[in-house]
Ligand binder design. Structure first.
Ligand SMILES: [Zn+2]
Length: 112
């Protein structure tokens, strides 16, 4: 096992291990099996995309380890985004579409 490449997970970030891509170089955009889009949920109720989690890993690990939920970098969990409107990454504003789309989108607006 190479020592210097990849992410060093701590006990509090160990839950992210299944979401590392096989090369270990970044966190995945999709859950396997299934290929569903995944979102990384932060302690302040936001959402991060896999690219931002991968690129800001040091900050995220520190914030998660110290339960710093105000910084926006601590991670509480990973969710599969099955259905609903796009989630937006709090850091880069990238839109993360859901697996099945938004059932309310594309319909005429109108209340019964
Ligand atoms: Zn992002």
């Amino acid at each position: 096992m190479p020592k210097s490449s990849g992410f060093r997970l701590t006990p509090k970030t160990e839950f992210l291990r299944p979401y590392l891509v096989p090369s270990g170089r970044m966190f995945d955009r999709y859950a396997w099996p299934g290929g569903y889009p995944i979102i990384y949920v932060t302690g302040d109720g936001g959402t991060l995309c896999n690219v931002c989690v991968s690129r800001n890993w040091k900050q995220i690990r520190e914030a998660t380890d110290s339960a710093d939920h105000r910084s926006g970098w601590s991670l509480l969990g990973v969710e599969i985004h099955y259905e609903g409107p796009d989630e937006v990454c709090a850091n880069c504003n990238r839109e993360i579409p859901s697996a099945y789309g938004d059932p309310d989108a594309g319909q005429e607006v109108g209340m019964e």
